[in-house]
Write a protein that binds this ligand. Structure first.
Ligand SMILES: [Zn+2]
Length: 98
């Protein structure tokens, strides 16, 4: 059974991740919880892929805005929970989504 479009789920050190892989790693990337090899791979993918670069910018900006609002206590907790659930990102760093 090798005629499937096989996706190698292993992110090898010298492999450039595809778009889906890159988007999935973005949040980890932004949190800095990623190996240097993975970071390099994502950076080189972002260099050549406007789609992912756009998504990356959006994530980074959104995350910065929300982090600031959290710190300034401008964000109602239930709103933050909803945003976390929508984006599946743990913005307030409490280890859970929502
Ligand atoms: Zn891409």
């Amino acid at each position: 059974m090798n005629d499937d479009t096989t996706t190698d789920r292993n992110l090898a050190d010298d492999a450039v991740p595809d778009c889906n892989e890159t988007i999935r790693e973005l949040d980890i990337f932004l949190d800095g919880e990623i190996s240097e090899a993975q970071r390099d791979a994502i950076r080189s993918h972002l260099d050549g892929c406007m789609d992912c670069l756009g998504a990356f910018d959006f994530h980074a900006e959104l995350k910065a805005v929300i982090a600031t609002k959290c710190q300034n206590d401008e964000m109602p907790p239930d709103l933050l929970s909803r945003i976390e659930r929508c984006l599946a990102i743990d913005f307030d760093g409490d280890g859970e989504i929502g």
